[in-house]
Design a binder for this molecule. Structure first.
Ligand SMILES: C[S@@+](CC[C@H](N)C(=O)[O-])C[C@H]1O[C@@H](n2cnc3c(N)ncnc32)[C@H](O)[C@@H]1O
Length: 229
């Protein structure tokens, strides 16, 4: 063994240990949130990895989730981001009053979901506490996006997770927060495959802003992209 190869081996071992630790945290969080999320395993894994990437790649800014429900995916972000070495805040937006009225763009099935998926900030707080989150770095903002987005100022966003299903909701999330997403920051959509309104809002936004970032597929519905440059 040459002297020069020793540090590389040490580095490899350290990387292996770090990866192993990340996967363990990922599994533990997935287990803790299992009754509090609508996400399947691929989507849980993908969100965990995006949340880990903003730490590993030291991408500055806050983390935002629009569409929290019982707090499952929020807990994934909050667990990692609130222990960040960077000064991050995790913002969680939801009415907690169930799905708001849909429009024609959301398709015929949407009507049966209106009013479903009620939850509460208290329920989310309890889950976050159980997941080991630093609550002093979390802001839950209850209310309709149409009312609450105007009341906050978030200048830098590292990760924006949009899980709000409907055309009007997804469109408003993109219009309100896209500009503040920093270069190398991530934007994910839970419902691109499942709900036609979400897909339309994303496609229109890409077209209007002339964006050509690759949209990565996670499973039949979730997609994400990185704001490159
Ligand atoms: C599918 S759920 C979110 C699921 C959650 N991320 C999870 O881990 O299971 C969608 C949420 O978006 C919220 N939502 C959709 N449009 C909204 C709007 N315009 N204002 C406030 N909340 C909205 C609903 O209240 C609902 O809780």
């Amino acid at each position: 063994m040459g002297l020069c190869s020793f540090p590389r081996q040490t580095l490899n071992l350290m990387n292996m240990f770090k990866n192993w630790k990340s996967r363990l945290t990922e599994k533990r969080i997935a287990w803790l949130i299992r009754h509090n999320t609508m996400l399947g395993p691929e989507r849980i894994q993908n969100l965990s990895r995006l949340a880990q990437r903003i730490e590993d790649e030291q991408i500055p800014g806050d983390v935002i989730e629009c569409g929290v429900y019982k707090g499952g995916s929020a807990a994934i972000f909050a667990r990692l981001a609130t222990h960040s070495r960077l000064p991050r805040t995790v913002w969680l937006f939801d009415s907690f009053q169930g799905m708001p009225p849909a429009t024609a763009a959301d398709g015929p099935e949407a009507a049966s979901w209106v009013g479903n998926l009620t939850s509460s900030p208290g329920r989310v707080m309890r889950l976050l506490r159980r997941t080991g989150v630093d609550l002093s770095r979390v802001r839950i903002v209850p209310g309709l996006f149409q009312d609450t987005f105007r009341s906050v100022h978030i200048p830098q966003i590292a990760l924006l997770n949009i899980d709000a299903d409907w055309y009007e909701s997804v469109k408003l999330c993109l219009e309100s927060f896209y500009n503040a997403v920093v270069p190398r920051g991530f934007i994910s959509f839970d419902d691109y495959g499942d709900w036609p309104g979400c897909r339309l809002a994303v496609d229109e936004f890409f077209q209007n802003r002339q964006l050509s970032f690759p949209l990565h597929r996670v499973d039949h519905t979730a997609h994400w992209f990185q704001k490159l440059g």
